[in-house]
Design a protein around this ligand. Sequence first.
Ligand code: SF4
Length: 834
Amino acid sequence: MTEHNEGWIKTTCAYCGVGCGIEARPKHSGELEIRGDKEHPSNYGKLCTKGIALGETVIHDGRLLSPTLKTGHGDEALSWEDATTMVAERFTQTIQEHGPDSVAFYVSGQLLTEDYYVANKLIKGFMGTANIDSNSRLCMASSVVGHKRAFGSDTVPVCYEDLEQAEMVVIVGSNLAWCHPVLFQRLRTAKQENPSLKIVVVDPRKTDTCELADTHLPIESGSDVALFNGLLAHLIQQDSLDHEFISSHTDHFDETTHAALSEQNIEEITGLTEQQLIQFYSEFANTDKVITIYSQGVNQSSSGSDKVNAILNCHLATGKIGKAGCGPFSVTGQPNAMGGREIGALANTLTAHMEFDNPEHLQLVSDYWQTDTLATQPGLKAIDMFDAIDSGKIKAVWIIATNPMVSLPNSDKIRSALEKCPLVVVSDCIADTETSRLADVVLPAQGWSEKSGTVTNSERRISRQRRILPSPGEAKPDWWIISQVAQKMGFKEAFDYIHEGEIFAEYAKLTTLGNDNFERDLNLIGLTQLDDKGYSQLKPQQWPVTELQDQVVNQRLFSDGQFYTSNKRARFVAVNYQAPLAKADAKHPLILNSGRVRDHWHTMSRTGLSPKLAEHTTEPFVQVHPDTASKYQILDGQLAKVSNLQGEALVRAKVTSEVSPSQLFMPIHWNETTSKNSKPCALIANTTDELSGQPEFKHSAVAISSFASVSCAVFISKDTLDLNDMDYWARQKVQGGYLYRIESVLPMSELAAKLKGYLQVDDQRLISSESHQGQAQWLILDNDKPTQLLSVQERFADWEVTRLIEAYLQTDEQGSASDIMQTLANDPQSLTPA
Ligand code: SF4
């Protein structure tokens, strides 16, 4: 198939780091038809629920449509010329008055490589500071540190096809089934074809990933270093080492041996039995081809870098690396987290796998960019950056394609920082985010399906993301917006790009500087001769790219035993278990874990637009073990308050033995625009791994108590509502509108009276019924079509909510919306679904 065939256009999915190939074509409705790209080596035609539903999310609801100045007295639309001039002047003035380190960019793994490149070049090359960090800091910074310490480079050595060749797959701190679903599907197929493939899941929670596992090791939160040091000690004691590999290709084995053998009390620390440990250790030792997949459960920790190296040590000690079916495999969360790592859009790397501490690299880059203001020192990592904004050291910040008010720990501190900052610029495709509410200037960016450029997935494969739909309003590519500002800051020649292909060509050439003999792993020399047509038709390319890849190639790295350290030898890193920083105590006796649900992504700005995706998990929740629920009088399905000294959250309790009695789990997606007070980040401290700067999202000490609401409402409305005077609400997208679940400490009649004020009655037809007990129902019709539906009761069963949705959609066979409402009010049982 060509790139354009019967209207189908090849592109890549907007979500996780699997990087699935998609084919999309516009429908008359304005949505997109979506199918998996059978030729793409990430997924060979498969897609998960999020990928399949992408077509539903390209609607223009809530889009930011024009550059806007937010004055506090109202919003003022600006032309692009005025907006970019103003941003340029304010950054220039701030640098002149306070120096380069008084400005910062906070960017995102959602950006395309070309966007990343221009942002990194502007701030490091021309504004003279390395204060640029990506929200990828929150997902894989510890892996970057671990890789660099062990390999001398940030290298993911494996390919996806290694999963199909492995004899044992260890999945650590990753709910692969929900967070990287197509990789999980590939693993499922591999297991079906080879039932002897052993799968071990290491996770404090019993997740859907365990469904495929032969063994689930429910370790204590944060104890991974002890587990893998125990494994290394076992390999040493049983002499299951690859002596030839260790002696020929590695350094520092003796110190690491000493550290591993000194690790004590492994059963107690991990909470695993001797039998569980021995079985896992023996299987690892006695299996030739082992892959260890790991993700946020490893990275998002105050000892994340050490956890990564504890895993890498075991692979190096057994030579299980650089061979088919073998290796450590850090799976990246975001669609282009890897692209950001390549570009160097992290405060502590220069660019293109070149480093600040290498004078030759600094010279190469400043010559290439023709600048004499190149930053020469690392900048501030995400948490430190926002601390510096809060303390007034940073006075101007540009936040691009990310929502730190929701995703960074300690939301109150982020709010305080942004409120104080003299200049907050936000580029986003969504108009109303918690972060944009605090901006001085908002700039409308293109969304997925409108953007054009490249992304790199977890196996180092670069794919094209292609433009399929026109942009609404005045939305522009991020690279264009940044280039316009750069030009107006006086850097016209360096940022005079006409299209994204030019930027990619410049980036590809940068990867080859001082890299004639592939001294660095990231080398795209095979792509430096691409013309516009070649870039337009580019097929997936796995780096390093020595020549243009017309066919799918799979290159695992380190097959020759050569690494990217100065002496080409890998380094063992001696590590020891350190307990997580937050400790449970009498007031906060439980440990809160956080993560994703299957069908939502990050802050839901895109997945929250799909009625289908919203059905899987309709509300923010907390998982509570039955013993814990009984101890704290928490009832399944009722609201619970999770709190600590930092904040609190109100969420629906799900009583389940999938978590241990000492743990709770909350999803990360809901925020102030989609619910009231349900963010785990309000409870998470901004403590980090010292080396990687990655926050400890998986381990916060909290308390739980029940929340005694006495009345509930379901409110479905064509338009979004501002319900912040309610005690609790959560929003779900449904066909033709939004459904709000509301709970209150007010009696039903008072809640009903309060909510009645939100009905938009005007001349439309209103149908209502109110009982003496306070139950009430209202239905507003416009030309016989429901536009608002409100029902107030003491409680709602799930089926009652379903019937209300049916009434709103008039999809029920039992009659019109008003019939259903009437019957619900008078005789709910008659409507119980079969
Ligand atoms: Fe998209 Fe990831 Fe699902 Fe693939 S697995 S379709 S990249 S969300």
